[in-house]
Design a protein around this ligand. Structure first.
Ligand SMILES: NC(=O)c1ccc[n+]([C@@H]2O[C@H](COP(=O)([O-])OP(=O)(O)OC[C@H]3O[C@@H](n4cnc5c(N)ncnc54)[C@H](OP(=O)(O)O)[C@@H]3O)[C@@H](O)[C@H]2O)c1
Length: 305
């Protein structure tokens, strides 16, 4: 496992984070095993949201922490707020009440990192600023970031918010990579040159914001992995070939592809299969050659003009 500073200069975190969106099906004992095995494998960063499993994901995680009190101090807990049924809500009241509920669900004193989940179209930066000031000064949240935000939306927030925006969590995988391909196709009228995000990758790198790729193994929106999927036969063949070359698995190579970006991104892996988590931890230690990185990029169908 590699370690980076995503939100605090003093604390190194695993470059691969674990996403807890799919853990509600586990019992507290199984969740305790998932967390302690992950720690043994080198992971120390766990991503939640108030809405995952309708709150059940945070709750079962909290029950697991209660079963084994030694776990809390070994991990960084990130959660998100701002999505409500039928709307997004960055009002001061909603942000604060959501965090207070997450603290209760997780059974912890502090959320290490809080992200705003999806841009509220009615967002007032001053309200977010008041919520962040309260959450920081009361010790309820340690650091702040966003998710699914464009560069200009972050700039808008920064007109009032005084805390650093440390993280932007975005959908990004080998098969969902226009955030990367647009950089090689500037001003070209093709799919790969379509810039959906205002060149967010450069903005985040220039501003010291860590990008956390979400659903790094999916081709669709949350469901549908490209791994072993016959619709991506060529890509899977390439990943298998490189898995043999580097002595890891295809899943591992898919994550190593994101880790090879000089941006020092922090993919958020959602697997709850402990064997797969071990494969990915092993793959986090390899460094793909530039040639192999581009080979995967081209095999996935992206263009170099
Ligand atoms: N900010 C946002 O808007 C947003 C949105 C969605 C998700 N997220 C975050 O991102 C995290 C990760 O999302 P995700 O769960 O979609 O990520 P993912 O890591 O891309 O996908 C995990 C899923 O793929 C399956 N999988 C992985 N490798 C596989 C393989 N080789 N063959 C077959 N199936 C395989 C896993 O099954 P197994 O468990 O069996 O391995 C699991 O169901 C979430 O937990 C959440 O924290 C954020």
């Amino acid at each position: 496992m590699k370690y980076i500073n995503t939100y605090s200069k003093e604390i190194d975190v695993s470059q691969v984070a674990l996403g807890c969106m799919r853990i509600s099906q586990m019992t507290p004992a199984e969740t305790e095993k998932y967390i302690s095995t992950a720690i043994d494998l080198g992971y120390n960063y766990f991503d939640h949201a108030d809405i995952y499993g309708g709150g059940e994901c945070e709750k079962v995680f909290g029950k697991a922490l209660a079963l084994n009190k030694s776990l809390r101090d070994k991990i960084i807990i990130q959660t998100k707020c701002g999505i409500r049924k039928g709307m997004y809500d960055f009002s001061k009241e909603h942000i604060i009440s959501s965090v207070e509920n997450s603290l209760k669900n997780l059974g912890v004193e502090k959320i290490d990192v809080l992200l705003l989940h999806r841009p509220d179209l009615l967002m007032e930066p001053e309200e977010v600023a008041e919520a962040f000031d309260y959450l920081e000064s009361s010790g309820k949240v340690g650091a702040f970031g966003v998710s699914n935000h464009s560069a200009s939306q972050i700039e808008l927030l920064k007109t009032a918010v005084k805390q650093d925006i440390k993280i932007n969590q975005m959908q990004l995988s080998i098969t969902n990579a226009t955030m990367i391909s647009s950089g090689a196709n500037v001003n070209l009228q093709n799919r790969d040159g379509t810039n959906y995000d205002g060149y967010l990758r450069d903005y985040c790198r220039l501003n010291g914001i860590t990008v956390q790729p979400w659903s790094p193994l999916q081709h669709g929106f949350i469901s549908g992995t490209f791994l072993g999927n016959p619709d991506f036969a060529g890509l899977n063949e390439k990943l298998q070939q490189l898995a043999e070359k580097y002595g890891v698995t295809d899943t591992g190579i898919a994550i190593a592809w994101l880790l090879r970006l000089p941006d020092k991104m922090q993919p958020v892996v959602g697997s709850i299969n402990l064997e797969r988590l071990a494969d990915i931890a092993r793959a986090a230690d390899i460094v793909l050659s530039k040639e192999d990185w581009y080979d995967i990029y081209l095999t996935a169908g992206y263009k170099l003009p």
